[in-house]
Write a protein that binds this ligand. Structure first.
Ligand code: NAP
Length: 493
């Protein structure tokens, strides 16, 4: 079902967002040195929502200057003080939750219900890391030779450059900013050009929470390669934390080699969702809907390949289509919407190309599968049956509301199918047999496995991938370690 109506809250003013056009450097809002701006487009209507400053290399270095000037004082700020600032950020974010959700929905297009979920998830990173800030511990022991004591101290790694994507504009930023601040690092955030307004809203919120000048800096740029390249070459910068596509991640890793930067990489995914013949189908359908359709499929953890045992394939397909076909598609800010638009026209064209390719190789269009006419970057919820293993979508991220179904008959065949990818971020297993689910989970090459559920993201758990899905973990006890260096002191006894 498609809806076209736009609620009255379809503008930045009506949601109560005070937009400032400048870059956020040293707690000041400044125009870009070249005076240029970037357009922010509403994907539901293709109209211009706002303009933001377009930073040059000079602005990038100004942000490093600010982060550097603040570095000593922030690393020496008492952990309790850093913790309380993060806690205030958590409280402020919850107090502003509805405005932030509407802002995300406006600039990203995602359904308001998904945006509300994102704000709550994003805020939790502030709470979790407020708790981590006062629990950073070292180690103490004796050298086996008896010659000295071994003391291991953890120190902030230094200035961190944080680069984030458009699909979770709040959560991908707080998942990096919060542990960095807890560890005592100062940061420069470069959000995606499609969704900069949420990043600037977070900067204002952190200022209100008490973050001192220079500790958090935010800049948007249409020249990401040049501006982040100059920041990464600056010897004062010691950390790069990137979330985005595997292609850009590889490129940044090569560039980071120049200064031997510490890198955390959260990259693309190609998650298998596996339904065994003994699965509870109600649970499996519910889980598949969440794993596939949260964020309209624009998630790195989105189920990209659905492998269903041949004995239950037809029944699973019938039930999945019944759910997908009745989803309400429309502008994200409309409270009834369940599937919003894609981020850009280019994203819609990529999905369409992947669907046509699969169909040309024998897949059946069971529902959806055609670009939606009219304004806005919409693609309908789609189910494809009997997708062959040589279809491009079996190997590439779809990043849209398309569920490709493939039959399997044995556990061994299934493991080979699931692991036949360069990615290894997330996977989903549905089975009533817990020992089978655990056995398969151990053999699947992915950083995260959800068993009998469609959602695994949790600020208290380590999020990240293996193979070409990334390096390092965000969240849980691991998150803050990405921003700390161990220092070993050998002390004579
Ligand atoms: P993207 O094209 O890789 O862009 C991500 C960020 O990198 C944006 O801020 C972008 O800036 C910037 N960027 C692009 N090229 C750059 C360059 N040469 N130098 C420096 N920065 C550069 O990814 P996306 O399309 O925004 O996001 C979708 C991807 O992110 C998917 O592959 C998804 O799986 C992945 N993702 C992974 C996770 C995870 O935790 N593993 C979470 C969410 C998303 P501009 O916008 O200005 O180009």
């Amino acid at each position: 079902m498609n809806i076209h109506s736009l609620p009255e809250t379809h503008s930045l003013e009506s949601i109560g967002f005070h937009h400032r056009e400048g870059l956020y450097i040293n707690r000041e809002w400044r125009a870009a040195a070249g005076g240029e701006t970037i357009q922010v487009v509403d994907p539901s209507t293709e109209t211009v929502l706002a303009h933001v400053a377009d930073a040059s290399v000079e602005d990038g270095i100004a942000a490093v200057d600010a982060a550097s000037a603040a570095a000593d004082s922030w690393r020496n700020t008492a952990p309790r003080t850093r913790s309380e600032i993060l806690r205030r950020a958590f409280e402020l974010m919850n107090a502003r939750a509805e405005m932030l959700a509407q802002l995300i929905s406006l600039e990203n297009g995602k359904a308001l219900r998904d945006a509300r979920g994102e704000v709550s998830y994003a805020a939790e990173f502030f709470r979790w890391n407020a708790e981590e800030a006062v629990r950073i511990k070292g180690d103490f022991g004796f050298a086996p030779s008896g010659a000295n004591r071994i003391i291991v101290d953890y120190e902030p790694i230094g200035i961190a450059l944080l680069i984030t994507p458009w699909n979770f504009p709040a959560a991908m930023a707080t998942r990096k900013i919060a542990p960095a601040l807890a560890a005592g690092c100062t940061v420069i955030l470069k959000p995606a050009s499609e969704t900069p307004l949420t990043a600037y809203a977070l900067a204002a919120l952190l200022e209100e929470a008490g973050v001192p000048p220079g500790v958090v800096n935010v800049l948007t740029t249409s020249k990401a390669d040049d501006v982040t390249g100059a920041i990464m070459r600056d010897p004062r910068v010691r950390k790069l934390s990137f979330t985005g596509s595997t292609g850009v991640g590889r490129h940044l890793l090569a560039k980071a080699a120049h200064s031997v930067l510490s890198c955390s990489m959260e990259l693309g995914g190609n998650a298998p969702l596996i339904v065994f013949d003994d699965a509870d189908l109600d649970v499996a359908i519910e889980g598949a809907m969440v794993a596939k359709m949260r964020n309209a499929g624009e998630a790195c953890t989105a189920a990209n390949r659905l492998y269903v045992h041949e004995e239950i394939y037809d029944e699973f397909a019938r039930r999945l289509v019944a759910r997908m076909d009745t989803l309400v598609v429309g502008p994200g800010v409309n409270p009834e919407t369940e599937c919003g638009p894609m981020i850009t026209r280019k994203a819609v064209e990529k999905i369409d190309h992947l669907v046509s390719d699969a169909v040309s190789r024998g897949a059946k269009r069971i529902c959806g599968g055609e670009i939606t006419a009219g304004s806005g970057y919409f693609y309908p919820p789609t189910v494809l049956g009997d997708v062959s293993l040589d279809a491009a979508m079996a190997h590439e991220e779809i990043f849209g509301p398309v569920a490709p179904l493939t039959r399997f008959s044995s556990e061994e065949e299934l493991i080979n199918l699931a692991n036949n990818t360069e990615y290894g971020l997330a996977s989903y297993i549905f089975s009533r047999d817990v020992s089978r689910a655990m056995r398969v989970a151990r053999r699947i090459e992915s950083g995260m496995v959800a068993i009998n559920r469609g959602l695994m993201s949790d600020p208290a758990a380590p999020f990240g991938g293996v193979k070409q899905s990334g390096l390092g973990r965000e969240g849980g006890a691991h998150g803050v370690l990405e921003y700390l260096e161990a220092k070993y002191l050998a002390v004579s006894i």
